[in-house]
Ligand binder design. Structure first.
Ligand code: NDP
Ligand code: GDR
Length: 345
């Protein structure tokens, strides 16, 4: 008999890829979206899944317990993937309470619904390397001490521990995937990799002169999103619930990623200056094409993250495969195509 899954946050990057994966495996998928003044289904449209007969799109807000209970009652899921969140770290400093309500407490609405309706439902919580924040050891794994550095990281840590607590207290199959950054052509444009690949595409097409960024020294362990949603699914097929890190084990700076993306459109960068005065110069023209704008700095920064996914490899047989260079090229190509066609999401 076919499985049924709820994916909260299907309009986001991971939600769209996970829906594609589960539909391909024959699942019936209930994907939740928020009512907004204009629809936000472009990712599902790009993947060609929005009209799949096994996909049911349900209007939903994670902060509303009664909607959550009704969704779980009606859809009778075998698995729930909680991907919905206010997921932008920068915004969480400006909206700490909303972030806490959605990203932290929202997860508990789902856990309570499971506890009340059917404790046999398997639950995936989208935890994050941002919980490591000011890193205590290198690389980070499931044993590393947490030290979140943003309201987002703190809210995610609450949801993580609630998942662990419901596992221990009520024997619920609650699994927490501590995923390091993962990107793709479907990444939201406010996140740094996509902001950079979209800018590279626009420069290539003569639509942009200068890209402004914040902290160029920040280092991230960037993987490829479709591989990470496969890891989420594997976590819920495991014999036991648990906590698993997914990461590539390699990190690069924001500066490295800009250099890579501009190289993909044949702009060879030279870096000059330091800190907020640093600039990226196009060697061919001598013009400044990358500048630092303090507006994009955060009140507290996570300087570097690099993960050790050894447990996921051992228990789930999961590994990251796509190189950062290949992913960057894919993202730049997608953004050139979109900008050429006159839309950029
Ligand atoms: P996105 O920001 O692309 O997607 C977030 C989703 O949550 C969107 O569908 C959004 O809807 C939805 N959402 C936001 N608020 C609510 C709400 N109140 N009720 C219901 N839905 C809501 O995130 P990603 O796909 O990149 O990430 C998926 C999850 O994984 C998130 O929880 C994120 O925090 C976490 N994560 C992501 C990592 C990454 O590198 N991508 C790494 C580690 C964890 P709308 O479209 O309407 O805004
Ligand atoms: P992050 O991703 O905070 O790691 O959270 P983001 O791409 O926003 O930032 C990565 C690093 O780049 C620096 N940076 C900039 N960031 C943005 N967005 N815009 C800029 O102009 C800019 N300049 C420099 C940031 O300071 C930061 O150090 C992502 C989200 O997907 C979370 O939901 C997820 O949990 C984590 O990844 C893992």
């Amino acid at each position: 008999m076919s499985e049924t899954a709820i994916i909260t946050g299907i309009t986001g990057q991971d939600g769209a890829y996970l829906a594609e994966l589960l539909l391909g495996k024959g699942y019936t998928v209930y994907g939740t979206y928020r009512r907004t003044s204009s629809v936000n289904f472009w990712r599902m449209q790009e993947l060609g899944i929005e009209n799949n007969p096994n996909l049911h799109l349900v209007e939903f807000d994670l902060t509303d317990l009664s909607t959550t209970i009704r969704l779980v009652q009606k859809s009778k899921p075998d698995e729930i993937y909680n991907l919905a969140a206010q997921s932008f770290v920068g915004v969480s400093f400006e909206q700490p309470i909303t972030t806490g309500e959605i990203t932290g407490l929202g997860a508990v609405n789902l856990l309570e619904s499971i506890r009340i309706i059917n404790p046999g439902i398997r639950f995936y919580q989208a935890s994050t390397s941002e919980m490591f924040g000011q890193v205590q050891t290198i690389p980070q794994n499931e044993q590393t001490r947490f030290y979140p550095r943003s309201p987002y990281g703190v809210a995610k840590l609450y949801a993580h521990w609630m998942t662990v607590n419901y596992r221990e207290a009520y024997n619920i199959f609650g699994t927490s995937g501590i995923l390091f950054n993962h990107e793709s052509p479907l990444r939201g444009i406010e996140f740094v990799t996509r902001k950079i690949t979209d800018a590279a595409a626009k420069m290539h097409l003569g639509m942009l002169d200068v890209l402004e960024l914040g902290n160029l020294d920040a280092k991230r362990d960037w993987g490829y999103a479709p591989e990470y949603v496969e890891g989420m699914w594997r976590m819920l097929q495991a014999d036991e619930p648990g906590t698993f890190v997914l990461a590539t084990g390699r990190n690069q700076s924001v500066r490295d990623f800009v250099t890579m993306a501009l190289k993909a459109v044949h702009i060879d960068l030279a870096w000059e200056g330091e800190g907020q005065k640093e600039k990226g110069i196009d060697r061919a023209t001598g013009k400044t094409v990358v500048a630092v704008n303090p507006r994009f700095y955060r009140p507290a920064e996570v300087e570097q993250l690099i993960g050790d996914a050894g447990l996921a490899r051992e228990v789930l047989g999961w590994e990251a495969h796509t190189s950062l260079e290949d992913m960057c090229r894919m993202m730049v190509e997608a953004d050139i195509r979109r900008n050429r066609n006159g839309y950029c999401y």
